[in-house]
Design a protein around this ligand. Structure first.
Ligand code: SAM
Length: 280
C-alpha cells in the first residue's frame, strides 16, 4: 500500500503494466506520492473544483489530486498503455476520475467539466508551452479556469515569471502576467523524476485575474509583443516598424523611448502602446 491511498506504490504499478518511459511522449514520471500530493496542494482548495489534468501517465499526480480532495479529475492521456493503471485509480475513487485516451491538443475538455475548474499537470515538455499559450489566450476573459498549477522545465518557468531587464523576459512573461498572477511555487531537481531529465524543473502557479492588469486589446497587444521580442536586440522603432505607420509617435505617446529594446519595457508600457495604436 502507498503513503496516500490504498493503491500499490507507483514502481509496482509501472512494473505491473510495463510502462517503460517513452521519450517521444515526454515521459518523466513522478513516483513519490508525498511529492505529488505536495504539488496538488499548491493548486489550492480542490474540494469544490473539477480539476483538468493533462498527461496523467501512471497516475502519480492524479492520485495526489484525488487524495487532496478534488471533487472530480478529468485526465487526458495520449498513451494507451496507461489506461489500465488509470482505470484502477478510477475504481479506488468511485465517480471522481474520468480518463480520456487521446491528444490534449485535440480534445475539448469543457463538456466534461463543471465550473469552478482548476488545471494541474506535470506537462509533457513537447506540448507544454503550446497548451499554456492556449489557456492564456482564450477568446473571452475571465477564462474557463481559475488557476493553473503546472510543472515545466526550470527555464520555461523562469520565462513565465520574468521581469523586465532579464534575458528570460519576453512574450510568455507578458502573456502570463497581463491577466494572471504567476509565481514559482516549487523547484525540483532532475532526480525527482524517473527517468531523470537533463535539466531541473519547477512548478508554476497562475491565478486568473478577474480583469486584465492594464487595459489593452488582446489582439493588438499580442501583435506588438510578438514583433517586439522577435527582434529583441533591435531598437523598438525598428522592431515595430511593420506593425503600424507612425510607430515612433505611438511609442513616445506611450512613454517609451523609440531607442529602447523590448527587454527594457514594462508590461504596463506595452499595454499603453497597444492602446495608443488602437486609438490611432
Ligand atoms: N503526470 C505523470 C507524472 O507526473 O508522473 C506523467 C508526466 S509525463 C512528464 C507527461 C505525460 O503526458 C506522459 O504520460 C505522456 O504520455 C503524456 N502526453 C504526452 N503528450 C500528450 C498529449 N499530446 N496529450 C495528452 N497526454 C500527453
Amino acid at each position: 500500500m502507498s503513503a496516500i491511498d490504498n493503491l500499490p506504490p507507483l514502481r509496482e504499478v509501472i512494473a505491473n503494466h510495463q510502462l517503460s518511459a517513452r521519450k517521444s511522449l515526454g515521459q518523466n514520471f513522478l513516483l513519490d506520492l508525498n511529492l505529488t500530493a505536495k504539488i496538488a496542494r499548491q493548486a489550492g482548495d480542490l474540494s469544490d473544483c473539477d480539476v483538468l489534468e493533462i498527461g496523467p501517465g501512471p497516475g502519480g499526480l492524479t492520485r495526489g489530486l484525488l487524495s487532496e480532495g478534488a471533487r472530480k479529475v478529468l485526465a487526458l492521456e495520449k498513451d494507451t498503455r496507461c489506461m489500465p493503471a488509470l482505470q484502477e485509480i478510477a475504481e479506488a475513487y468511485p465517480g471522481r476520475l474520468e480518463v480520456i485516451n487521446g491528444d490534449a491538443l485535440e480534445i475539448n475538455p469543457l463538456t466534461h467539466l463543471t465550473p469552478p475548474i482548476r488545471i494541474a499537470a506535470n506537462l509533457p515538455y513537447n506540448v507544454g508551452t503550446e497548451l499554456l499559450v492556449r489557456w492564456l489566450t482564450p477568446p473571452e476573459w475571465p477564462p474557463f479556469w481559475q488557476s493553473l498549477t503546472l510543472m515545466f522545465q526550470r527555464e520555461v518557468a523562469e520565462r513565465i515569471v520574468a521581469q523586465p531587464g532579464s534575458k528570460a523576459y519576453g512574450r510568455l512573461a507578458i502573456l502570463s502576467q497581463w491577466r494572471s498572477d504567476a509565481r514559482i511555487v516549487l523547484s525540483l531537481p532532475p532526480g525527482a523524476f524517473t527517468p531523470p531529465p537533463k535539466v531541473s524543473s519547477a512548478v508554476v502557479h497562475l491565478t486568473a485575474l478577474p480583469e486584465p492588469r492594464f487595459p489593452a486589446d488582446a489582439a493588438i497587444l499580442s501583435r506588438v509583443v510578438a514583433a517586439a521580442f522577435n527582434q529583441r536586440r533591435k531598437m523598438l522603432r525598428a522592431a515595430l516598424k511593420g506593425v503600424t505607420p507612425g510607430i515612433e509617435d505611438h511609442l513616445i505617446a506611450a512613454g517609451i523611448k523609440p531607442t529602447q529594446r523590448a527587454e527594457e519595457v514594462s508590461l504596463e508600457a506595452f499595454c499603453a502602446l497597444a492602446r495608443e495604436i488602437e486609438q490611432a
